[in-house]
Design a protein around this ligand. Structure first.
Ligand code: AMP
Ligand code: ZN
Length: 482
């Protein structure tokens, strides 16, 4: 089922909402800047990845296919410094963080994307890009033996951040080798960083320009062009990636291919704590693991990261997390209610009222997402659906067939949101507890009350309650379920 709405997305470059029109038939080519694997990602990083997941799922909701690459930055100043500090190889140093990243993606219900290229796997391709840039006269060897991109030779430089390099007085000889810098240091940036034994230990690659390693910006340009296409549809990252990273990606890619690199650029705002960006350097961060160890679930964290529009800063608080828990519980209780009605064989119809509500909410949900992923409205539509159907269910005006239709629409919404659980509470129950419940039912049938009580205590001791429903007994997690 596709929707008649057209998906419009805000393009940082043109500062306008534009309809998504892929260049390759129905397929959207999307590149998302991934993690620098020098440490565990924090939930600020995951705000960006959850947004990108929402974007991907929304694009699919509108009937497109997605071909997406998210890179793993395993070569940069921080990974190299980390490997040297720990006296291990680069891959030994980054492996645990890569594994942790994939585990965290799963916990947050982030869909796997088609490609996860690591920079270390694409060095020969990066060298080719540098050679092309040198042949075109936009790259040169600096006095220190590193290769630089001459930003003055790329007239579009600054197009994303909307600045004019003439106003910023770039000195002709100003160069920067650091992977990260700000606009005050606008300068020719490094494409190939010359090997320095003191700084780099044994970590280097051979190239026609001598031993060294690629610059961070070049990694993304090369992998996006190589894996997806010289022109992609959407390029995404957190707002801090806009300058210098994405600006430099545009310069290198377009100077190399002569084509537009990405038709649309999207940037998500930061997760903040007391109005400051959550970041490793400020020390004001929580990892996903920190929150899980405090008893929150992946779904709760996902909902928290997702529920504010991506272009608005999101302030993280633990009070906010408590509100999230309650909202999710409400949705989950509603699913249980619909599942029970669906299983009850109820014939009590609503004479078309339910169908009308479902059609209206489907259309409102699609129209909210079509408007640059207006998640606040999309979630409001979902809660309004719950409220309206609950009123009809209270009046016993809903049949089993209608409850199934409600569940179908919720599943469709959840294809985008990824915050609901349809397996029922039973599916999430550990097997040993489910078995204990079954044995308890048998013990009750056998009138072995002592055994039934022991099995009940076994279940309750593990934080679950037994609920007797019209369709039989089932287990439910105690107060902090889902
Ligand atoms: P890094 O690993 O530092 O390269 O960052 C990976 C991604 O996380 C980038 O897209 C950043 O823009 C994004 N990011 C970093 N800090 C935050 C934050 N506090 N809120 C949202 N996104 C962030
Ligand atoms: Zn990137």
């Amino acid at each position: 089922m596709t929707t008649p709405h057209r998906l419009k997305l805000y393009n940082t470059e043109t500062r306008q909402k534009e309809e998504l029109k892929p260049s390759h038939g129905n397929q959207v080519l999307m590149y998302t800047c991934g993690p620098t694997v020098y440490n565990y990602a924090h939930i600020g990083n995951f705000r960006t990845y959850v947004f990108e997941d929402l974007l991907r799922r929304t694009i699919k909701f509108f009937g497109f296919k997605v071909d997406q690459a998210m890179n793993l930055t395993d070569i940069d100043d921080k990974t190299i410094a980390g490997a040297i500090r720990e006296k291990v190889s680069l891959s030994e140093y980054t492996r645990p963080y890569i594994d942790a990243f994939f585990a965290d993606l799963k916990t947050l219900q982030i869909e796997p994307v088609e490609h996860y290229p690591a920079a270390t796997e694409f060095i020969p391709d990066m060298i080719v890009v540098i050679q092309k840039l040198m042949a075109k006269g936009v790259a040169y060897e600096g006095g220190d033996g590193s290769i630089y991109f001459a930003i003055r030779k790329f007239p579009r430089y600054g197009c994303l951040s909307h600045f004019n390099i003439d106003e910023l007085k770039v000195g002709a000889s100003t160069r920067v080798t650091a992977d990260e810098y700000d606009k005050d240091h606008l300068a020719d940036f490094v494409l190939w960083k010359k090997y320095d034994p003191e700084r780099d230990g044994q970590i280097y690659w051979e190239s026609p320009f001598g031993k060294g390693r690629p610059g961070w910006h070049l990694e993304c340009s090369t992998m996006a062009m190589k894996i997806l296409s010289e022109t992609i549809d959407i390029h995404v990252g957190g707002v801090d990636n806009m300058f210098p990273h994405h600006e430099n990606e545009i310069a290198q890619s377009e100077a190399c291919s002569g084509k537009i690199f990405s038709k649309l650029w999207m940037h998500s705002e930061h997760l903040v704590v007391d109005n400051k960006k959550m970041s490793k350097s400020l020390g004001n961060f929580f990892t996903l693991r920190d929150l899980l160890s405090k008893g929150f679930t992946g779904i709760q964290v996902r909902y928290m990261l997702l529920h504010t529009h991506y272009k608005t800063q999101l302030n993280f608080t633990f009070e906010g997390m408590e509100g999230i828990k309650m909202s999710l519980q409400r949705l989950q209780d509603f699913i249980t209610r619909m599942q029970e009605i669906a299983a009850s064989g109820s014939q009590a119809g609503s004479s078309g009222k339910i169908t009308n509500v479902l059609e209206e909410k489907h259309s409102e949900f699609a129209s909210a997402l079509a408007d640059d992923l207006n998640i606040s409205i999309a979630l409001a539509v979902l809660f309004d659906l719950v409220r309206q159907i609950n009123v009809l269910a209270d009046a016993q005006e809903i049949s089993s067939v209608e409850a199934i239709k409600v569940l179908d629409l919720l599943r469709r919404f959840n294809d985008v949101l990824g915050i609901l659980n349809f397996e029922g509470q039973v599916a999430e129950i550990p097997q040993e507890l489910q078995e204990a419940l079954d044995k308890r039912l048998q013990a009750r049938k056998d009138k072995d009350w002592a055994l039934a009580d022991r099995l009940r205590d076994f279940i309750v001791d593990r934080g679950y309650v037994i609920e007797d429903t019209a369709t039989g007994a089932r287990l439910k997690k105690g107060a902090d379920g889902i």
